[in-house]
Write a protein that binds this ligand. Structure first.
Ligand code: ATP
Ligand code: MG
Length: 199
């Protein structure tokens, strides 16, 4: 790099730094953050669990509700339960197969009661509601109840909801919304879900 282009580079970087510093200084609110991670691409739950790990790594308390469609083992659960993270898991491995709406609703509701307890507990810094979007879509959990629990949670508590096709009401309410786009996925070329990578 010539001296001249280096000068230009430094000037540009200085400008960027000033703009970023100004925006950092302008962000004054301190409150829990509500994030929705949605979209068809891979990386929603793993992103949510990444924040749980981050939270625990700072000595804070996190809790997880999994509204998952199976009973398969979950690598994150194996690790994070050992680090003191409470998990509430919907056990519907069989009923999902049989499409038993009544049993599915009961299972979703049972896990939702745990979620509500977590969302009212000010000792919990972060609540991850993994795959909750589907429960709202199928009508197993009432959207208004979710909104009310989110709005009434302790002010410093953060919440992450993951799952495809998040309801517009949830994305409107969220402080941060990330949509993971599917560019390609190994499954499409016939590669099986891999332990330690996909679950
Ligand atoms: P991950 O848990 O890996 O972050 P996710 O939460 O974004 O994935 P889900 O819709 O919850 O995605 O699906 C969970 C499982 O389905 C994972 O094993 C994941 O690899 C797989 N999966 C995710 N996206 C796709 C896709 N676009 N095509 C096929 N399989 C997918
Ligand atoms: Mg997921």
């Amino acid at each position: 790099m010539t001296d001249k282009s280096n000068d230009k580079h430094q000037q540009r970087q200085q400008k960027v730094k000033e703009q970023v510093d100004a925006r950092v200084a302008a962000a004054q609110d301190v409150k829990g953050i509500f994030q929705v991670i949605t979209g068809n691409g891979k990386g929603k739950s793993t992103s949510g669990f990444g924040v749980v790990a981050r939270c625990v790594g700072h000595g804070k308390k996190a809790a997880v509700c999994q509204f998952i469609k199976g009973t398969w083992e979950c690598g994150e659960r194996n690790l994070l339960q050992g680090a003191g993270v409470e998990f509430a898991v919907m056990n519907t491995g069989f009923t999902w197969d049989t499409q038993n709406k009544e049993a599915d609703t009961a299972a979703a509701q049972a896990t939702w009661q745990e979620s509500k307890r977590m969302l009212a507990d000010s000792s919990i810094d972060l609540v991850l509601l993994d795959e909750l979007t589907y429960m709202v879509t199928y009508g197993y959990i009432d959207l208004n109840e979710v909104v009310s629990a989110l709005n009434n949670r302790p002010p410093m508590q953060s919440v992450i909801i993951t799952g495809r096709a998040a309801h517009r009401t949830l994305t409107d309410l969220a402080d941060t919304v990330s949509e993971v786009r599917n560019v390609k996925h190994a499954f499409d070329s016939g590669i099986k879900a891999l332990e330690g990578f996909d679950y």
